[in-house]
Design a binder for this molecule. Structure first.
Ligand code: SAT
Ligand code: MN
Length: 594
């Protein structure tokens, strides 16, 4: 329980507005989780998986129209439109509030409103932040239990302090006697952020980042605003520890757009003997300067909400092992034994007969996938066999390198290194990637996704670039992480991936690791430092040197085309674009032409 008057008053006000049948304060215990999962089974939302194969795990199908983040229904409502920027949908706060008050009025009728106090980051860490989510979805409560630290211990540290107000409703009130749907939601969706009052109002969707408000809404969109005000960074990045055969350990953070293999990189099984990779986080990093002047990162989450399709014992054994118990699976396929399956799980052997994510009989001859391409597993981070011993360290871990990357079939080489911090910020700002199924819309289209933050930056991205530049100005440059750009997805002329990726990515990480120790293994090119031709370790691997040459080639003409495209993209930010980034394009073009 709590004596926090702000919280109590807000819960009362929202109860009056949403008119739930009852209000339940979550304590965060396993017993509570057990009760909620029972109720979800009774409602037809969860199917209990075979206890002897996958203990304490559940299968869930969503409404086929509620399967991913809805970027076109996501809003940043600031007083001044310019502060939301061209990267966000904007509506004036007053107008949006009026509309939302109508939507939320009575939206929880016939349901329970759950109060979820949660901490993003280890409870009590200086870097952590507290939010409270009010939701009428039990599915959300169960996922929040895995993805965040939640319940009474959070109220205890919250005391009388303020918190991020997060209101969520699936927008499906129940009339007296009306039977509930297995996945209640509303065709009309609003994912709305008010950065100036640090609140989130989410209506109509029960899925992932639309509904688990600690994740993208708080830990990225709201936190990016806090970070800018307070001089830190809230980023769409995984965090891993890498240990060399000599026993030297370094931490790196890496930003990739959704569904580009962040979870795989975060749990990588190295194919180079003696190297070790350990996981701190797979999606979000909050970074602050420590007393020693270095950047320290925490993972604000406590679970993984990972993409299931493509995950296998070959591609990511640690993810597979993480989810062998206590896991919620959403929109994968169900086997006759009461276990789960998805495309790419067992390449050699497809199951004979399944029930698809749409609830239909499915055989290998059926049309369409058995699992939705954005099907997810929600699993506790502690279950990862390679979870780093420092993953809950309240101080965070010191970051030696920052990686940016995207999915690009052409132009971008396997890896290159920034000339300096400002050039590195430029590299982050020009991230572009083929779109994936993590958001609704067309898949496979190249779009600019600066810092992999385009859908997650809660303010004008021009100001965000300036914030990144200012982090460099504040710091002792010798202590800043080095910045790199990687591209695992380059293809040859016939359309085949040139680089095997997955466990072999350690070979690129090894080069990066060595570069942070100033090893002389790079050559200066117009786009930055590239590995010398023999600098990427390809021992015990069948990788022809022609392929290495091709994957490290830069074509000046193609890069000049990209530079033009960058200018055009930059132009949408108008006056808010830092002049120094335009200078970086000028300098890039000069280097490419000389
Ligand atoms: O936003 S989600 O949490 O649904 C997943 C993602 O886009 O990375
Ligand atoms: Mn993500």
């Amino acid at each position: 329980m709590t004596t926090n008057i702000k919280l109590i008053n807000w819960v009362n006000e929202m109860t009056e507005l949403c008119k739930p049948d009852s209000v339940y304060w979550c304590n965060g215990t396993d017993k509570e989780y057990e009760q909620l999962t029972k109720e979800l089974i009774d409602n037809g939302t969860f199917i209990k998986l075979n206890e002897s194969i996958r203990p304490n795990s559940f299968y869930c199908r969503s409404d086929p129209n509620d399967v991913a983040r809805v970027e076109d229904r996501t809003f940043i409502c600031t007083e001044n439109k310019e502060n939301a920027g061209p990267n966000n949908n904007w509506v004036a706060p007053k107008e949006m509030k009026e509309l939302l008050l109508k939507k939320f009025n009575g939206s929880m009728k016939g349901r329970t409103m759950y109060v979820i106090p949660y901490s993003m980051g280890p409870i009590g860490s200086d870097i952590s932040q507290i939010g409270v989510e009010l939701t009428d979805s039990r599915y959300v409560v169960c996922n929040m239990k895995i993805m965040t630290r939640m319940g009474q211990p959070v109220l205890d540290v919250l005391g009388n302090k303020n918190f991020v107000h997060c209101l969520h409703s699936v927008g499906a009130p129940l009339n007296e006697g009306q039977k509930d749907s297995y996945w209640p939601c509303n065709p009309e969706k609003y994912i709305v952020h008010f950065p100036e009052e640090k609140s989130i109002w989410s209506y109509g969707s029960g899925y992932g980042g639309n509904a688990l408000l600690g994740k993208k809404c708080f830990a990225l969109r709201i936190a990016s605003n806090m970070a800018r005000e307070e001089g830190w960074l809230a980023e769409h990045m995984l965090i891993v520890g890498i240990t060399s055969p000599e026993g030297e350990k370094k931490y790196i953070a890496a930003a990739f757009p959704s569904a580009c293999g962040k979870t795989n990189l975060a749990m990588l099984t190295p194919t180079l003997p003696g190297w070790k990779v350990e996981t701190i986080g797979d999606d979000i990093a909050w970074m602050k300067f420590g007393e020693d002047g270095r950047l320290y990162a925490i993972n604000p989450e406590s679970g993984f909400f990972g993409v299931a399709p493509g995950t296998s014992m070959d591609t990511n054994p640690n993810a597979i092992l993480s989810m062998n118990k206590n896991t919620i699976f959403t929109n994968v396929a169900l086997t006759p034994h009461g276990d789960v399956w998805w495309e790419g799980m067992t390449d050699h052997q497809k199951p004979e007969k399944l029930i698809s994510w749409l609830g239909q009989d499915w055989t290998p001859d059926s049309k369409g996938n058995a699992a939705h391409p954005n099907a997810r597993f929600t699993t506790p981070a502690v279950q990862c066999p390679v979870i780093d011993s420092a993953w809950e360290d309240p101080k965070g871990v010191p970051i030696s390198a920052i990686l940016f990357g995207g999915r690009r079939a052409k132009v971008v080489p396997l890896v290159y290194e920034a000339l300096n911090w400002q050039h590195g910020v430029f590299m982050g700002s020009i991230v572009s990637s083929e779109t994936t199924a993590a958001a609704t819309g067309k898949v496979g289209k190249v779009r600019h996704d600066p810092f992999a933050m385009l859908p997650f930056c809660g303010y004008n991205m021009g100001d965000y670039f300036a914030h990144w530049l200012s982090i460099g100005d504040q710091a002792d440059t010798s202590k800043l992480p080095k910045i790199f750009y990687v591209n695992w997805f380059r293809k040859d002329k016939s359309g085949k991936f040139l680089w095997p990726g997955y466990g072999d990515n350690i070979r690129v990480l090894k080069w990066i690791f060595e570069r942070t120790n100033n090893v002389d293994s790079a050559i200066k090119t117009p786009i930055g430092y590239l590995p010398k031709s023999d600098a990427i370790d390809v021992s015990n691997m069948d990788f022809p040197s022609e392929n290495m040459k091709e994957i490290l080639t830069i074509d000046n003409e193609l890069w000049l085309d990209d530079a033009k495209d960058i200018r055009e993209f930059y132009s949408i930010f108008g006056e808010r674009l830092p002049k120094n980034l335009l200078k970086e394009v000028d300098m890039l073009e000069e280097r490419l032409k000389s």
